[in-house]
Design a protein around this ligand. Structure first.
Ligand code: NAD
Length: 483
């Protein structure tokens, strides 16, 4: 098998196998061929991972922050040196084109390790003058944290959780999605090579049951999930028993608003980026494209022409621009949404059929005439399905954009600077782009509001998610007791 790892898990600084766990097959979405088989973690594997993480955390937290940062920076260097190999692995596991995985996956993971590696030594508390007395705060690690990942950006998600967690002095047990078990193992290996203590970052395989076991284990101090709203609710409920803090990075149905005065090619490009990159399997995608009436005919014409020019094909071919969906189930789901949209009266402008004889490709459809009540405008598809909705007025479109229970992201294209900022201020979303879409540099916080979750990854804000404050009040004079 082309991508078989040395063993299923990476625990306590080394590969670990336990064949008693259920078999998980990883398939190459372009052909359906099995590329690796791993086993789900048994209770014995989880125990070893959590015990090792507990030991490693004590050692790690006692190290100087600058030393912790250096380990993350060295790991970033290893990911960069192995970028081509990791890109190939990610393409085999997810089906995303190599043209994307070479620039977006391990590379953005390395950015994240560099950002938090650099920040590690600057994480600290503050001094609070209180007249005669004073107080100070200590920023402490939480302990052993659990990360649970989705399948669209496997190594990036692992890095987005591991890098800030480790920078703050925590240890982690990470469970990748059962659909994409491979690349997180390579991050674990790189961290050990970079000097992380054995057990600091462990990878265990499994599906929801293993995630649930982590969520409910008393040794886990904090949970961070990237996944669907449905899973988010379960993880949040499981954490309530602790209770333990949770970060939830969930799904979305984000609006992208194009005003008449927008640069046409930029707006079309933004809408395509926000719907078709990674075959549409991106949580922050702008899947409700609201286009003002004056520009709509020209917008649709250019959108259809540029969409029809997208090169679908073998994800390992550097010329391929769109690969297959990540699984046959996901392809079936996407095709069902397309049929449903047609049945509910949306106008199919282009695309929408299954493509090729093997694998799970779908020709990206563009729909026009989508209305707010249609299923395709309300539910997350997680596939390359672009819906255009018309609008006339700014106030109307902001109100309609905000009717969604989700609130992950939003975008606005306009040449009117004041309107751009006004609309961004009015949208209920964790991340807004003005004249851009889906850019997620590590320097800026990322996360949702409403049903899309809470807590932030990336940026300085992530430090709040992976540390806790201790306040120390220092009395500098006699105690003034009323007794
Ligand atoms: P999913 O919810 O099915 O699974 C996510 C992870 O949770 C997997 O590792 C899965 O094994 C685990 N899991 C499932 N049940 C669990 C349980 N009861 N307890 C603990 N863990 C459990 O999501 P998916 O299909 O892998 O990913 C797609 C979803 O993720 C979409 O909704 C997408 O929008 C969202 N997503 C969000 C972001 C973000 O940053 N906001 C990024 C990527 C994907």
């Amino acid at each position: 098998m082309e991508a078989q790892p040395t063993a299923s898990h990476f625990v306590d600084g080394d590969w670990l196998e336990d064949t008693a766990g259920a078999v998980i097959e990883s398939r190459y979405p372009a052909t359906g061929a099995v590329i690796a088989r791993v086993h789900a973690a048994t209770p014995a594997v989880l125990d070893r991972a959590l015990e090792a993480a507990g030991r490693a955390q004590a050692d790690w937290a006692a190290r100087r922050p600058v030393e912790r940062g250096r380990v993350l920076l060295r790991a970033a260097g290893l990911l960069r040196a192995r970028n081509a190999e990791l890109a190939r692995l990610e393409t085999l596991d997810t089906g995303k084109p190599i043209a994307e995985t070479l620039v977006a996956d391990a590379a953005s993971g390395a950015d994240c390790l560099e950002y938090f590696g650099g920040l590690a030594a600057a994480i600290g508390g503050e001094t609070i003058p209180l007249g005669r007395d004073f107080a100070y705060t200590l920023r402490e690690p939480l302990g052993v944290c659990a990360g649970i990942g989705a399948w669209n950006y496997p190594i990036q998600i692992a890095c987005w959780k591991a890098a800030p967690a480790l920078a703050c002095g925590n240890a982690m047990v990470f469970k990748p999605s059962e659909l994409t078990p491979l690349s997180a193992l390579r991050l674990a290996q790189a961290l050990v090579e970079a000097g992380a203590p054995s057990g600091l970052f462990n990878v265990v395989q499994g599906a929801g049951a293993v995630g649930h076991a982590l969520a409910t284990d008393a040794r886990v101090a904090k949970l961070s999930l990237t996944g669907s709203v449905e899973t988010g609710r379960k993880v949040y409920a499981a954490a309530a028993d602790g209770p333990k803090p949770v970060t939830l990075e969930l799904g979305g149905k984000s609006p992208l608003i194009v005003f008449d005065d927008a640069d046409l090619e930029d707006a079309v490009g933004g809408a395509m980026l926000g719907n078709f990159y990674s075959a549409g399997q991106i949580c922050s995608n702008g899947t409700r494209v609201f286009v003002q009436d004056g520009i709509r005919p020209r917008f649709l014409e250019r959108l259809a022409a540029r969409t029809e020019a997208i090169r679908l094909g073998d994800p390992l071919d550097p010329a391929t621009q769109m690969g297959p969906l990540a699984s046959d189930a996901q392809m079936a789901r996407v095709l069902a949404f397309i049929e449903g949209a047609i049945a509910e009266g949306a106008r199919l402008v282009t695309g929408g059929r299954r493509w090729g004889n093997a694998g799970w490709h779908v020709e990206p459809p563009v729909f026009d005439g989508v209305t707010d009540d249609m299923t395709v405008a309300r539910e997350e598809v997680f596939g390359p399905v672009l819906s255009v909705l018309g609008f006339a007025e700014e106030a109307e479109v902001v109100a309609r954009a905000n009717t969604s229970p989700f609130g992950l992201a939003a975008g606005v294209f306009t040449r009117d600077l004041a309107r751009g900022h006004r609309v961004a201020a009015g949208l209920e979303a964790g991340v807004c782009w003005i004249n851009a879409y889906n850019l997620t540099p590590v320097e800026m916080p990322f996360g949702g509001v409403k049903a899309s979750g809470f807590g932030r990854e990336n940026g300085r804000a992530a430090i709040d998610a992976w540390s806790r404050l201790k306040t120390v009040h220092v009395g500098m004079g006699p105690v003034d007791a009323p007794f």
